[in-house]
Design a binder for this molecule. Structure first.
Ligand code: ATP
Ligand code: MG
Length: 420
């Protein structure tokens, strides 16, 4: 399977991780003496692709008490994080590895499953969501694939295991996971059966917690095929109810092209802004719907304000407008607003005038008014209220004058600001 650079004849090509290091030690502690333990899920998928691995998740025949006992004996830290579901967190070299006892779903309610412990790795694979997520790896380097996950991975297909409708009814979060994994590991097209089922079962999205929705969406937004997948998702009307507003997948796609030119890392919040922020009320609504933090909400609001400033002027913005933007919205807000202003314009993603404008915002110090409240008090302005009002007036004059820093010019502006 040449399309999977991490594998050779069904085995891991590079065995280093299994021979030494924290994963090897965790496997050694839990494997053998009548128990079997494997690396499962996303880590195996990413190793097969030859990509960097995030977290290690283990599946084991050993019951949680046995896992804890063996882990302590091996000198690992142990946290019984999800004992009811059979999950124990091992702390190996200061970082967590989750070990979960094999289980079968006994009952599901659309989000949570009742489970019973089992000893069959095939059953464990069948409970998982997509074929590419159901691989497991034994300490000898062999990849076990019960559901055709390797072929799908090589062909960049994200497919539900079993019947898509049924799998979604067991857990509606899988609708969003389907989009996220398709955008990350697929070729940009959505598996027909999965997509049809997601559309048919969309009402179930309403039972998901906003935190979960937010977490899935943010991961979806930064995936490499997010533009294609979001185009389909928005067209089918699946995203609008989640954000309670309009979504603009074309604008999202233009932003990703602009980000690529600027070689900036995909930014989930800015991408959310591209999808759904035009005015400050949008930021407030998204805060509600997706439980954004105050800082995130403020960033989107600054973006909306900066965007409004820019839309009042010319495209691409002139130097004066950029300076003003930098002063009023600070660097982050200014960069965000410029990016979406660019996305809203007819300019190509690599339009040099926008590229230069971005470089200017990145390299220019944020202007700060060289006169403070103390200077005003020294000039005899006494009431706090008047100090504030005068500063505001001065600020407006300073912007209009083009941010001068020479003492004479500043003194003139100050005189003007102090005029009744
Ligand atoms: P990532 O790199 O994004 O963490 P991952 O594959 O590790 O990818 P996780 O959400 O961490 O994804 O889940 C770990 C594994 O658990 C998955 O690979 C999948 O096998 C299984 N899994 C997670 N959530 C579900 C779910 N809702 N339904 C079925 N299986 C799931
Ligand atoms: Mg994971």
């Amino acid at each position: 399977m040449s399309a999977l650079p991490g594998l050779r004849e069904g085995r891991l090509a590079n065995r280093q991780l299994l021979e030494a290091g924290r994963l090897a030690r965790a496997l050694a502690a839990l494997d053998g003496d009548g128990e079997e333990t494997r690396l499962v899920g996303g880590a195996v998928r990413d190793l097969a692709l030859g990509e960097a691995v995030g977290d290690f998740d283990l599946a084991t025949t050993a019951l949680p008490e046995v896992v804890m006992k063996r882990a302590r004996a091996a000198g690992f830290g142990v946290a019984p994080t999800g004992l009811a579901h059979g999950t124990v967190t091992l702390i190996v070299d200061g970082r967590p590895i989750e070990a979960t006892t094999l289980r079968r779903d006994v009952d599901t309610d659309g989000r949570h499953a009742k489970v019973a412990f089992g000893r069959d790795f095939r059953d464990d694979a069948l409970r998982r969501d997509f074929t590419i997520n159901a691989l497991s790896l034994t300490p000898d380097g062999l990849v076990h694939d019960y559901v055709g996950g390797l072929v799908d991975l090589a062909e960049r297909r994200v497919r539900f295991i079993g019947q898509a409708h049924q799998r979604i009814r067991e857990d509606y979060l899988r609708i969003l996971r389907f989009f996220r994994f398709s955008a990350r590991y697929g070729d940009g097209r959505l598996d027909r059966e999965g997509f049809d089922a997601a559309i048919a079962e969309r009402a179930g999205l309403a039972i998901l917690s906003r935190e979960r929705v937010r977490a899935e969406l943010m991961k979806l937004f930064v995936a490499s095929r997010a533009p294609q997948v979001l185009a389909a998702v928005c067209e089918a009307g699946l995203l609008q109810p989640l954000v309670a507003g309009q979504t603009d997948a074309a604008r999202f796609a233009r932003l990703t092209a602009i980000e690529a030119v600027g070689e900036s890392a995909p930014d989930p919040l800015l991408r959310l802004g591209a999808l759904g922020v035009r005015v400050t009320e949008d930021a407030e609504r998204l805060r509600e719907r997706l439980r954004l933090s105050n800082a995130e909400t403020e960033r989107l609001a600054a973006l909306a304000r900066g965007l409004a400033d820019l839309h009042d002027g010319e495209a691409p913005p002139a130097l004066g407008a950029l300076r003003r933007l930098l002063f009023e919205r600070r660097r982050q807000g200014a960069l965000d607003a410029l990016a979406l202003f660019h996305a809203d314009s007819d300019a190509a993603p690599d339009d040099w005038r926008f590229v230069r404008a971005r470089a200017f915002l990145l390299s220019t110090p944020e202007p700060t008014l060289p006169i403070t409240g103390a200077d005003l008090v020294a000039r005899g302005v006494t009431h706090g209220q008047r100090v504030g009002a005068t500063l505001k007036k001065l600020q407006a004059l300073w912007i209009r004058a083009g941010f001068p820093r020479e003492p004479e010019a500043l003194a003139r502006l100050l005189d003007q600001a102090l005029e009744p």
